[in-house]
Design a binder for this molecule. Structure first.
Ligand SMILES: [Zn+2]
Length: 130
């Protein structure tokens, strides 16, 4: 499949996606801080359970983080943004994943991480995130 966009245009979309990603990561930081704070408060001020929790973070910490991310709307959004950045790198960005037709510039401008063209999106009611 030929690369669809010039480097300048790809840079523009990459920047759009990265900006969304940074905003989202800040929100996720806030969410994690908030849930951590409530955990500490619930343990009635016993700070030892907090340090135990920190020591408990081993090899499955990444898995738990992934599960947390996937369980949240923000996490799925982040996933789609990451995938879009990957598609920019491998040259498949701007093509529909279903029918392989080019996605319109208007649609990419509005939803830079979209992976389906508007007609496939319309017939794909299961995916509500894009
Ligand atoms: Zn399509």
């Amino acid at each position: 499949m030929p690369r669809r966009f010039s480097k300048a245009k790809l840079d523009k979309y990459r920047k759009l996606i990265q900006e969304k990603r940074e905003t989202l990561l800040k929100e996720l930081d806030y969410l994690e801080d908030a849930s951590l704070r409530s955990t500490i408060t619930e343990s009635s001020g016993d700070i030892s359970s907090y340090s135990f929790h920190m020591a408990d973070q081993g090899t499955d910490a990444m898995e738990r983080e992934k599960a947390f991310l996937w369980a949240s709307r923000e996490g799925r959004f982040l996933y789609h943004l990451n995938q879009a950045l990957k598609r920019i790198e491998d040259g498949t960005y701007g093509y529909c994943e279903e029918c392989s037709k080019p996605i319109s510039d208007d649609r990419l401008g509005a939803v830079p991480h979209c992976r389906l063209c508007i007609s496939c999106k319309t017939s794909d009611d299961a995916s509500k995130d894009q």
